[in-house]
Design a protein around this ligand. Structure first.
Ligand SMILES: [Fe+2]
Length: 269
């Protein structure tokens, strides 16, 4: 990752990502934030500012491109059990795709392992093209052309997190996306789903919820899922437009876990 990479190497990685959707880049020691950012930038415009406001949050990492996915406060201490930031992070244990709650979605996320716990905390990925391929035709007909509304706060609160205050809510309004889209690099159809999806646009709430729950149960069956067991220094890159992912539990009030993410966007924002 640190070496000079010519455009054809980047293109090879991009094609491999189109095919596999998840890529693992092992590093003998964790990549520096600078290397992580520079590598990510080769794949498109990257997120440079905080995505939303969480009242009271202070930043531990000085690069605005790095999203701090650790269980630390800004001084590097493990967050206490009832901390709002920890509760929100635990919501990532629901299946989701990054930034679906934004009109300009995330393409790739790159997550770098700086400190890992002795067990647990695997990251799981579901291939949403394989999900489309396996869906019964009647379901395909039902969902093609539908739009879902995605809200960051919806997924936080359903996971047991606190209700956002007015300022937090305003910082991240919901966004709408088609439930089925086409992967440009391959022409394959994809189900675009996430725990952020609250309802189907234009449908009664309960009917939309039932459909989203049914799709979520189908999409996360074991045959569609890869579980990544982290090694220190791994950078895992995934395509948010063709996969869902989730964190799995670990003893997050005992063991430090320092994971850092960059996010590539569909367009500059
Ligand atoms: Fe995520």
């Amino acid at each position: 990752m640190a070496g000079p990479l010519d455009d054809s190497t980047i293109e090879t990685i991009r094609r491999a990502m189109d095919h596999y959707a998840v890529g693992i880049f092992p590093n003998a020691k964790p990549a520096s934030d600078e290397v992580h950012i520079a590598f990510s930038r080769r794949f498109g415009p990257i997120q440079r500012t905080p995505v939303l406001t969480i009242t009271g949050r202070q930043e531990r990492i000085r690069h605005p491109e790095i999203i701090d996915q650790s269980n630390f406060d800004h001084e590097g201490n493990i967050l206490p059990d009832n901390d709002k930031r920890l509760l929100y992070k635990r919501a990532n244990q629901q299946w989701h795709t990054d930034m679906s709650f934004h009109p300009v979605r995330a393409t790739y996320s790159l997550l770098s392992a700086h400190v890992i716990p002795p067990s647990g905390a695997d990251t799981q990925f579901a291939d949403m093209r394989a999900v489309w391929d396996a869906l019964p035709q009647v379901m395909r007909n039902r969902i093609e052309g539908l739009e879902a509304e995605h809200s960051y706060w919806y997924s936080r609160v359903t996971a047991g997190g606190p209700e956002p205050d007015e300022n937090e809510r305003r910082s991240r309004p919901p966004a709408r996306h088609r439930l089925v889209h086409v992967q440009p690099g391959t022409g394959r159809k994809v189900v675009y789903l996430a725990s952020h999806a609250s309802h189907i646009v234009g449908w009664p709430m309960d009917e939309g919820r039932a459909l989203l729950d049914e799709l979520m149960a189908f999409a996360t069956r074991p045959e569609f899922v890869y579980s990544h067991v982290w090694s220190l220094g791994d950078v895992v890159m995934w395509d948010n437009l063709t996969t869902m992912h989730r964190a799995t539990p670990f003893d997050d009030t005992v063991w430090p876990r320092d994971m850092r993410r960059t996010t590539v966007r569909e367009a500059e924002v």
